[in-house]
Design a protein around this ligand. Structure first.
Ligand code: SF4
Length: 330
């Protein structure tokens, strides 16, 4: 294929129209069959956008369905206890997202009579809704002509334009290319293109609907920064008796996951007992080797015996959930 239209930013209006049509047509034919892709309900779109922040699509779909089953509407979410919301979020990570979601649902019900604000500007006043999420909800649910920029869109734009642009320049380039008649589908098309075709390592340019307008066809890679992963070893004690398990609750003031339940941690300096289970767990830049030791709680140890039947309704840390699953307790 030859470069028919050159730089799409400086192309004539008809060439830009063809670019937008081509992208939209491709998206409507090829979008993945994801539960939130055909939805215009602001609550559902908001939930999917929040869940997808920092989490892979494959991990989100199951959580999304379970969450909507329990909280099918904004009102149901607003009237729920925070612990129930966190329990359903347990394992998805970045729990601040769930707290903000819950807080924002309460504000929408209390201050907007349950009606979602319908512009990006107003949406940004809600807790946990930043520039990207506000633009995504406003364009997809309310057809507001406003562009989004996420990591996928950033990569597509940089390759299309052959420049390593960032910040406001990215947002204004996305805005300049926006299909103002179909902003929601256009934004989703740009994100979908980045997620499925214009891949970070090996873009599938032969399948790209806009390759005729692309100045790089993937030849220019944006300089990648490799993040050094750290390694840590941790040990936890698993004590169970008569259908109960011994857990500790994190304090309200700790910075990470306050109020969440977990297994008591055992110092790695204590004499090594044969682990009942060894598993790997990663949190951001740290890879943990986790050893689980079966033993009784020491006399006077902080913690509570919790009935196994209550576990699924408790906000558990992702790691605790993993271990309790492996032990067949949930
Ligand atoms: S032609 Fe290749 S590099 Fe350019 S936007 Fe399409 S997939 Fe990305």
């Amino acid at each position: 294929m030859t470069l028919e239209h050159g730089n799409v930013m400086t192309a004539d209006p008809e060439a830009r129209r063809r670019f937008k049509r081509s992208l939209l047509h491709w998206y409507r034919q090829n979008r993945r069959d994801l539960p939130w892709h055909q939805d215009q309900d602001p609550y559902r779109i908001w939930l999917s956008e929040v869940m997808l922040q920092q989490t892979r699509v494959a991990a989100v779909t199951e959580y999304y369905a379970r969450f909507l089953k329990k909280f099918p509407s904004l009102e149901k979410l607003a009237s729920a206890r925070e612990a129930s919301v966190l329990a359903l979020w347990s394992g998805l990570g970045y729990y601040r997202r769930a707290r903000m979601l819950h807080k924002a649902a309460r504000i929408v019900v209390r201050e907007h009579a349950g009606k979602f604000p319908n512009t990006a500007e107003y949406l940004r006043h809600l807790p946990g809704i930043g520039r990207y999420t506000a633009a995504a909800i406003a364009s997809i649910a309310f057809d507001e002509p406003i562009a989004v920029v996420d990591g996928n869109v950033e990569r597509v734009l940089q390759r299309l334009l052959g420049q390593s642009i960032d910040g406001e320049e990215l947002w204004s380039s996305a805005e300049a290319l926006l299909n103002r008649q179909h902003p929601g589908d256009h934004n989703q098309a740009m994100m979908e293109l980045g997620a499925t075709v214009c891949l970070p390592r090996q873009p599938l340019c032969l399948h790209c609907p806009v390759s005729a307008w692309c100045l790089t066809r993937g030849e220019v890679q944006s300089p990648g920064t490799s993040i050094r992963q750290m390694k840590r070893e941790v040990r936890y004690a698993l004590s169970s008796r008569k259908g109960s398990v011994f857990l500790v609750k994190r304090g309200k003031k700790v910075s990470l996951m306050p109020g969440f339940w977990e297994l008591p941690e055992v110092s790695v300096a204590t004499p090594r007992a044969k682990p009942w289970l060894t598993l790997r767990h990663s949190i951001t830049v740290t890879n943990y080797t986790v050893q689980v030791i079966r033993r009784r709680p020491s006399p006077g140890a902080d913690g509570t015996w919790v009935q196994s039947s209550r576990l699924s309704g408790l906000p558990l840390t992702g790691l605790a959930r993993k271990i309790l699953n492996a032990a067949g307790l949930i």
